[in-house]
Design a protein around this ligand. Structure first.
Ligand SMILES: Cc1cc2nc3c(=O)[nH]c(=O)nc-3n(C[C@H](O)[C@H](O)[C@H](O)COP(=O)(O)OP(=O)(O)OC[C@H]3O[C@@H](n4cnc5c(N)ncnc54)[C@H](O)[C@@H]3O)c2cc1C
Length: 418
């Protein structure tokens, strides 16, 4: 991946992930001389791992409501200047095959590598240099605001080590524009890093509270053992916390609960909060059970629940919540107990002990506060030439291709301005 490296570039991009590569070729197409610096040995590691290897690269219906941020309006401008259709156009120009799945999610039909190869081809044709195995240790800026003479040639001086862990060569590069696309804390083995926040602090930009998002939940005993026994089974649920509701599948794991419904709600969950899970959505179970009793239905509760839930799940729930009635026909259970059992299944309130944290989180919620950033260009208002894009910012998408769409859109607008 190494290219001959000069000492001076118009634009340096820190981080060769989704946002960084997008910004790099957008700036390169404008004739800017661009270098991307990546600390890992490979570029785009998260792209390759995304969407179970098929990269859910965007969503047909993108709206600011799909994002969390202290400033919910911030993402609107970039998302409207580079839309999901714009990205799909790019994908089609490169003949990357894709399919639209449930909830308007676009996935590759081949592999995530198709998306990374497409971005790298664009970088190649825009003349972008990419340097891997290179870690930036220091960013210095000439005090542009005091100099105040318009565009400067050497606004930033970047120092670091290239060919890390081997020759450890010292690197010094100056540039006019510096784009921070170092991503966030999730999954350190895929490049997750807090370096972007360090740079933000250096330039007096506050960073909001950060926590693991799109992440599975963990539970303590006795639920942990129940979930371990059910590991690998999934079922459709409706889940709610703090006023947010998602209906999707929930997966039992050996640590707790995962699957799209759980990942979605984790963005809105704080430690100590209960989850409200409806295990049989759209069915008023107390009502149904009483109706069955009135009709002298001789079935057992578990036989009835098997119509809605996997058999193994029903058996575990029976041990937890209605063991005393396991062999009693519905017709012989008193109404009060049927209401209690129905409500427990429709309004289950488990309390997670925590989430699996940044080790497995798909995203970091929170990041560089957007108040100091231009929503049109991602440039730092008080430091011309400095840009923050992608997940390092306090803009976090829901599950469904929204995080990549934010990376593409923020990268694009920065690439047009840098
Ligand atoms: C397993 C997984 C699956 C996902 N699936 C999807 C999906 O299907 N759809 C979706 O929309 N989103 C998905 N996401 C989220 C999505 O991958 C991220 O939101 C997106 O990659 C963020 O892009 P970015 O460019 O801001 O950061 P990243 O893609 O994380 O790129 C940042 C880059 O900066 C590099 N870097 C960090 N520090 C330095 C430094 N000091 N110097 C140089 N380089 C540095 C990192 O090594 C990394 O390559 C997934 C995330 C994970 C972890």
């Amino acid at each position: 991946m190494a290219s001959p490296i000069d000492q001076k570039y118009d634009v340096v991009v820190l981080g060769a992930g989704a946002a960084g590569l997008m910004s790099a070729f957008t700036a390169g197409r404008r004739g800017r001389k661009v270098l991307v610096i990546e600390k890992s040995n490979k570029v785009g590691k998260k792209i390759l791992m995304s969407g179970g290897g098929r990269c859910n690269f965007t969503n047909e219906l993108v709206d600011s409501d799909n994002f969390l941020s202290q400033n919910t309006h911030f993402c609107k401008s970039a998302l409207s200047r580079f839309t999901s259709s714009d990205f799909v156009d790019l994908v089609e120009r490169h003949n990357v095959e894709y399919e639209v799945r449930k909830r308007n999610q676009y996935f590759c039909t081949g592999s995530s590598r198709d998306i990374l190869d497409m971005l790298l081809k664009e970088c190649g044709s825009a003349g972008v240099d990419i340097l891997t195995d290179t870690e930036v240790r220091e960013v210095n800026s000439s005090d542009y605001t005091k100099g105040g003479t318009g565009k400067s040639d050497n606004r930033f001086l970047i120092k670091g080590l290239s060919d890390i862990n081997r020759s450890n060569r010292h690197l010094e590069i100056s540039c006019d524009s510096l784009i921070i696309a170092t991503g966030a804390l999730s999954i350190p083995t895929l490049g997750g890093s807090g370096y972007g926040y360090d740079i933000a602090e250096q330039f007096d930009l506050p960073v909001t509270r950060k926590y693991a998002g799109l992440v599975p939940f963990m539970f303590s005993e006795p639920l942990k053992s129940v979930f371990t026994r059910l590991s690998g089974i999934s079922t459709l649920v409706q889940i709610e916390t703090n006023g947010y509701v998602f209906a999707d599948s929930m997966l039992f794991t050996h640590r707790g609960l995962s699957g799209p419904a759980m990942l979605q709600i984790s963005n809105y969950w704080s430690p100590g909060d209960l989850l409200k899970i409806d295990l049989v959505p759209n069915v008023d179970l107390s009502y149904e059970l009483i109706e069955m009793k009135n009709q002298s239905d001789k079935r057992l509760i578990r036989s009835y629940l098997n119509e809605y839930l996997p058999r193994a799940v029903v058996l575990e729930l029976q041990s937890l919540w209605f063991a005393d009635f396991s062999e009693v026909p519905i017709s012989q259970i008193n109404t009060k107990d049927l209401i209690k059992i129905g409500n427990t299944l429709n309004f289950w309130h488990p309390k997670p002990s925590g989430t699996e944290g940044f080790r497995t989180a798909e995203v970091t919620v929170g990041g560089v506060n957007t108040n100091g950033i231009s929503s049109q260009t991602m440039e730092v208002k008080k430091h011309p030439g400095l840009y923050f894009i992608g997940e390092v910012l306090d803009v976090t998408g829901q599950l469904g291709g929204f995080n990549f769409q934010w990376a593409w859109a923020s990268g694009y607008v920065a690439g047009l301005a840098a």
